[in-house]
Design a protein around this ligand. Structure first.
Ligand SMILES: [Fe+2]
Length: 139
């Protein structure tokens, strides 16, 4: 096993909204823990609680994002929420598939690609709207 984190956080992944950036780092950190536990041969007694933490963290994060997008009148909020719903669904299905087929790499790879892609391609689109909201005195 090598000594490198599965996903190395880069400041290039910051979208400039502190609460969102902080939560994104937390999600990536939880995925790294999941990867570490799998690579070091831990069983379901630690993998399952880690998946539960990840799911709950993602839920809190999406609620934060969606509330801010709503308040900022982000025009593409509906499409963005659909992407969130699909991620939740796919993560659930893949974690069932991964545990019944003993194939953890499939879920780790999916989580890594989805999160880095989503942050850098989709979340960056709402960033200017949220920045404007958070900078305004009315918030
Ligand atoms: Fe998002």
């Amino acid at each position: 096993m090598n000594n490198i984190l599965y996903i190395v956080w880069s400041d290039n992944n910051n979208i400039g909204i502190p609460i969102i950036d902080e939560q994104h780092r937390g999600i990536i950190s939880t995925i790294n823990s999941l990867h570490y536990f799998i690579q070091t041969g831990h069983g379901d007694e630690i993998i399952k609680p880690t998946m539960i933490i990840l799911e709950q963290y993602v839920d809190i994060h999406f609620k934060t994002e969606e509330a801010l997008m709503k308040k900022a009148n982000y025009p593409d909020i509906k499409d963005h929420i659909v992407m969130h719903k699909k991620l939740v669904e796919k993560t659930k299905n893949l974690s069932i598939y991964a545990s019944s087929n003993n194939d953890s790499n499939i879920i780790l790879k999916f989580l890594k690609e989805w999160w880095l892609g989503h942050i850098n391609k989709e979340d960056v689109k709402y960033a200017p709207f949220l920045k404007k909201l958070l900078d305004s005195k009315s918030f």
